[in-house]
Write a protein that binds this ligand. Sequence first.
Ligand SMILES: Cc1cc2nc3c(=O)[nH]c(=O)nc-3n(C[C@H](O)[C@H](O)[C@H](O)COP(=O)(O)OP(=O)(O)OC[C@H]3O[C@@H](n4cnc5c(N)ncnc54)[C@H](O)[C@@H]3O)c2cc1C
Length: 336
Amino acid sequence: MEKYEVVIIGAGPAGLRAARVLSEGGKDVLVLEKNRIIGPTVCAGGLTIKNFDFVPKNIIDKTFNYMVLHTAKRTYDVDMGSHPVFTVDRGKLGQWMSKEAQKAGAEVRTECRVSEIKDDHVLVNDKEIGYDYLVGANGSNSIVRKFLSIPVNKTLIAVQYMSKTPRTDLEIFLEDFKNVIKYDWIFPHSGFTSIGMGGWTNNAAMLRRSLDELCDKLSVEKTKFEAAHINFDYRGFAFGNRFLAGDAAGFTSGLTGEGIYPTILSGEEVARGILNKSYAYPGIKHLLKTKSSQENLLRILSINRSIPQIVFNNFLPLLLKRRNLCIMINNKYSIV
Ligand SMILES: Cc1cc2nc3c(=O)[nH]c(=O)nc-3n(C[C@H](O)[C@H](O)[C@H](O)COP(=O)(O)OP(=O)(O)OC[C@H]3O[C@@H](n4cnc5c(N)ncnc54)[C@H](O)[C@@H]3O)c2cc1C
């Protein structure tokens, strides 16, 4: 039987970052990816400053020094000061991360869907591949998480159009909570615009209707509809010689849906833990602290539909004024 020290399932940002760090640390690493092309995925591609040191400049589509924030009562231009927000092309990001992992020595195989997991090997395309360590980095619907019998009870749904209508500003809408607690975004890229919505519901059809209304209101063309669940039900990441990273572990923020940064960071941390048994996981500890305070806020907002309206109309302006910049970026943690 073919065997590797570390088998990583999934060539998303979590798996590729883990592969690079493990290979740089001298491990024999295989990444198995079910898709033929690495990178493209359902994502709006918004990145906060935390990721910028990590991501090369040629992957950045657009840079935003301010954000237009809409509440039911008012629209604000939020100055980001020295903390701009970027949009990136997930296809280019994946291709670059894959090259970096391979340069470090990892083997990346595409069109390899893992169909079964056993105690010491995985089954892919009817072939057994052995492992000493297994990393489940295969997104919100993880086969490794299922093998570990870890349920997923907390998800949000995100829906978007990759519209051909160009838009200039990065915009967030916190204004309509009649049917569900949700936020809407407009993330301009080069050549297309992601206009989407994240909501704490299981009703994707209702979110789509609401997104269609927003597109019509703003005269945005409805091209290429996409939708996906995001798992934010974190219940641990280290289970003996098996690990979960990224959305498989539920590291994404349940409040903001921001997943690229937690995903890359958790991939790196899992790799460091495999390389060094006494590693204390400072990055994951920091991430979980931020995630927990954001999800406490989500719990408060979810108590009653009128609460988000009260919070966003009355307290958000005060908060923005006090901090004089965007609240989203105050959890900086460098991963370089
Ligand atoms: C509509 C939408 C918009 C979003 N916008 C943003 C945003 O603007 N900013 C942000 O930070 N986050 C955003 N996110 C979240 C972000 O996309 C995810 O958190 C991030 O991609 C998770 O990375 P990952 O590596 O854990 O998993 P993924 O990126 O999902 O990668 C998992 C990989 O595993 C592969 N795989 C799955 N099963 C198997 C198997 N059995 N065998 C082999 N391979 C397998 C998949 O093909 C995939 O390539 C958005 C999500 C959605 C749905």
